[in-house]
Write a protein that binds this ligand. Structure first.
Ligand code: ADP
Length: 397
C-alpha cells in the first residue's frame, strides 16, 4: 500500500478533490476531480494524473443530497482507482482562519467549534468547508483532518495593512483586512524560492487572476499587503464580484433605493464584476470573443483596476523586482496581461509580445528592470505539502 493524502475543497454545492501519493517529501498528484451539483444535478468527474477520465457519472438530485452522501458516493465510485492507496490524512481548504490561525491545524471537536465560530466572517463559504470536514471525519474515522486556511499567509501584515479606519473596538471585534487566496500566494512564493531564490528574497507582486481575483505584495516570501480585505469582495473586479466599491454606494442603495442586505449580497457577489458589467458572461474568453461594447467595457475596467493595484502594491513594497501572473486569467489571457502591463514602464515593466503570446514562463522583455513571470498555481498541491509537513512534525515530536 502507498500512503496518500486526500485534499478536499468543499463549496456550497461541490466538492473538489485531489489524491496525492507521499513516497518521500514531495506529494505527487495521482487523481483529481469534483462532485458538482450536490442536491440539484450531481455529477462526478475524476481524472488520473495524465488527465484520462476515470469516472463520469450523474445522479438524480435527491440521491446525492449533501456533502456526506457525496463523499460516500465518491468513495464507492473511485474505489477501484484508489486501490493500493492508504489515506493517511485529509487536507481541507478552509476559507477563514480568523485573526489567530497563521498555519494549518489538525481538526478535533474543540477545533471544529473554533472554526464554526468564524462562520459569520465568511457565511457563504465557511459552513460548506466545515461540512466537508465533518463528512470526511465521519467517512474516515481516526484519519487526521487538517484545515489549511486562505487567510493564514496574510497574518504577517503590519497593523496599518490589517485595519480599517474605524474605532479600535471594531478591530478587536474582528473587523479586519484578512486577505484571501493565501494558499495560492504561498505556493507561488515557495516555488519562486526554489527556482529563483534571489528574486524570491526581493519585492514581488503576485496577480492571482481567476474567477476570484486578487493581488498580493510579497517581500522575502512574506505577505505585506493584499487587495482583498474583510471579505473576498474587495480589491479588483472579478467574474461576478464587484471588487472595491465606495461604501457610500451601499448606503445610498439601502437608503434611497430600499435594497436590503440580501439584495445587496446578491448584487455584489453574484451579479457584479465582469458578468454584471457586461450582461454577457463572467468568462474572459466570452467577453474577448464578443463584439458588444459592454463586454469591451467590462474588460477595460478589469485591466484598469488590476493595473492600479499593481502600482499600489509596488508602492507598499517600496518598489518591485518581479510581477507574477497566475490562475485562469493570469496564466492564459495573454491580451489582458499585455494590456495590464501597458503603461507600467515607469515600474520597469515591459512585456515581450512573442513571449507573452506563447504564455512563456517569463514574458518580460530582455533587459527589462522588472521580471514578469507566468506561473501555474496549485492550491491543492500547497495543502498536500502542508499536510505532509504536519504529519512529519507530529511523527518526529
Ligand atoms: P477559479 O477562480 O474558479 O479557479 P480560474 O482560475 O479557473 O477560476 O479562472 C477562470 C477564468 O480564467 C475565466 O474568466 C476564464 O475566462 C479565464 N481563462 C481560462 N482560460 C483562458 C484563456 N485561454 N484565455 C482567456 N481567459 C481564460
Amino acid at each position: 500500500m502507498t500512503d496518500a493524502i486526500l485534499v478536499l475543497n468543499a463549496g456550497s454545492s461541490s466538492i473538489k478533490f485531489e489524491l496525492f501519493s507521499v513516497n518521500g517529501d514531495d506529494p505527487e498528484s495521482r487523481l483529481e476531480g469534483q462532485m458538482e451539483g450536490i442536491g440539484a444535478s450531481p455529477r462526478l468527474i475524476a481524472r488520473d494524473a495524465r488527465r484520462q477520465v476515470l469516472a463520469d457519472h450523474r445522479w438524480a438530485g435527491p440521491d446525492v443530497a449533501d456533502h456526506a452522501t457525496a463523499l460516500r458516493v465518491m468513495g464507492q465510485e473511485l474505489a477501484p482507482a484508489v486501490e493500493g492507496y492508504r489515506i493517511v490524512a485529509v487536507g481541507h481548504r478552509v476559507v477563514h482562519g480568523g485573526p489567530d490561525f497563521a498555519a494549518p491545524v489538525i481538526v478535533d471537536d474543540g477545533m471544529m467549534d473554533r472554526l464554526r465560530a468564524l462562520a459569520p466572517l465568511a457565511p457563504l463559504h465557511q459552513p460548506h468547508n466545515l461540512a466537508g470536514i465533518a463528512a470526511a471525519r465521519a467517512a474516515l474515522p481516526g484519519v487526521p483532518q487538517v484545515a489549511c486556511f486562505d487567510t493564514s499567509f496574510h497574518r504577517t501584515h503590519a497593523w496599518e495593512a490589517d485595519t480599517f479606519a474605524l474605532p479600535p473596538e471594531f478591530y478587536d471585534r474582528g473587523i479586519r483586512r484578512y486577505g484571501f487566496h493565501g494558499l495560492s500566494y504561498e505556493y507561488i512564493a515557495a516555488n519562486l524560492a526554489e527556482e529563483e531564490p534571489a528574486l524570491a528574497a526581493g519585492r514581488v507582486v503576485v496577480a492571482h487572476l481567476g474567477n476570484g481575483s486578487s493581488l498580493c505584495a510579497i517581500r522575502n516570501g512574506r505577505s505585506v499587503d493584499s487587495t482583498m480585505g474583510f471579505t473576498a469582495l474587495d480589491g479588483v473586479p472579478m467574474g461576478t464580484r464587484c471588487g472595491q466599491i465606495d461604501p457610500g454606494v451601499l448606503l445610498h442603495l439601502m437608503q434611497a433605493e430600499g435594497m436590503d442586505a440580501a439584495a445587496l449580497q446578491k448584487l455584489l457577489y453574484g451579479n457584479a464584476g465582469l458578468k454584471g458589467m457586461s450582461g454577457i458572461s463572467q468568462d474572459v474568453r466570452d467577453l474577448e470573443a464578443s463584439g458588444e461594447p459592454r463586454a469591451a467595457g467590462a474588460l477595460a475596467y478589469y485591466v484598469w483596476r488590476v493595473r492600479r493595484e499593481i502600482g499600489a502594491l509596488a508602492a507598499a513594497l517600496g518598489g518591485i523586482d518581479a510581477l507574477v501572473f497566475t490562475a485562469g486569467i493570469g496564466e492564459n489571457a495573454r491580451n489582458l496581461r499585455a494590456r495590464i502591463c501597458d503603461g507600467l514602464d515607469f515600474l520597469g515593466i515591459a512585456v515581450d509580445p512573442e513571449r507573452n503570446a506563447a504564455n512563456a514562463p517569463e514574458i518580460s522583455s530582455p533587459g527589462a528592470r522588472t521580471r514578469v513571470l507566468v506561473r501555474p498555481t496549485d492550491e491543492e498541491g500547497m495543502i498536500a505539502r502542508h499536510v505532509l509537513a504536519l504529519l512529519q512534525r507530529s511523527q518526529n515530536a
